[in-house]
Design a protein around this ligand. Structure first.
Ligand SMILES: O=C(O)CCC(=O)C(=O)O
Length: 259
């Protein structure tokens, strides 16, 4: 069993765990097909959340999809049952439940993310862990994550958009973490992380799954209600914090179609 060989020592010491080769070639092809299907679905502000960004060259490209589980059977099975849920439970030290799920597409020219911890963006629970599934190789050229290892025990101060203030961020020891397609990168919600613009000519897609301890309750519905509430109030932010450095907007296609 994969869960028997988890490197809990590294996880506990650093708050970060890279697991190579989780999806084999055939499974990766299947999941890539699902990501293509999901990217093409129309967004609805009351359901599947599709966000686009305008890149520096003036192109409007998809940057994020959220609330995928109700709309895709294959993805629902992968994210909410089986090995990923088992690993999340092992890393949390108790049974886990899915808190939220998203795909970040990071097309060529797609924006990066300012230094932040996830904790301020994830209300209703005492802690979460996140798993990035690399759908394409994630590299320093296309905007892989940079993390600060070993700083996963407490909240840091935040600026007016919920990110780590620049004066503090520049004192931290950032480590780029390239991840091969099909591999996993797990991190605790206090791990400071950031990422750069995709300066390569290729997409850098990644699925992010966030889990909380089931003993804190199942808040997925609650979380997406809160997002819809904020969208209704007119924000085009892709998160409850302002970490995305690009020009994002909610895709209105679905809203028009369903009107
Ligand atoms: O996908 C990335 O480059 C960073 C994602 C991230 O930190 C986030 O979505 O909170």
């Amino acid at each position: 069993m994969l869960t028997d060989s988890l490197d809990l020592t590294t996880w506990q010491a650093s708050g970060v765990l890279l697991m190579d080769g989780f999806l084999g070639p055939e499974r990766l092809r299947e999941v890539r097909r699902w990501v293509d299907e999901i990217e093409a679905l129309p967004g609805r502000e009351d359901g599947l959340l599709q966000y686009d960004e305008t890149t520096g060259d003036g192109f409007s490209v998809r940057c994020r999809t959220e609330n995928i589980v109700p709309f895709h059977d294959g993805m629902r099975a992968l994210l909410t049952r089986g090995t990923l849920l088992d690993i999340a439970s092992m890393l949390l030290g108790e049974p886990a439940v899915l808190y939220k799920e998203k795909i970040n597409y990071k097309e060529p020219g797609g924006a990066g993310f300012a230094p932040h911890q996830d904790a301020p963006a994830y209300p209703f629970v005492r802690s979460t862990i996140t798993c990035m599934i690399a759908i394409d190789d994630s590299t320093t050229d296309n905007g892989c994550l940079d993390v600060v290892e070993g700083m996963h025990h407490e909240p840091l101060p935040t600026d007016d958009v919920g990110c780590i203030p620049a004066s503090l961020a520049e004192t931290l020891l950032w480590k780029p973490v390239p991840v091969r397609a099909g591999s996993l990168l797990w991190f605790n919600w206090y791990v400071p992380h950031r990422s750069g613009v995709n300066t390569s000519p290729h997409r850098r897609r990644a699925i992010y799954l966030t889990y909380n301890a089931a003993s804190d309750g199942d808040h997925r519905h609650h979380y997406y209600q809160e997002k819809q509430h904020r969208l209704a109030a007119g924000t085009d932010r892709i998160s409850l914090i302002g970490h995305f450095t690009g020009d994002s907007h909610v895709s209105a296609r679905g809203a028009e179609e369903s009107a």
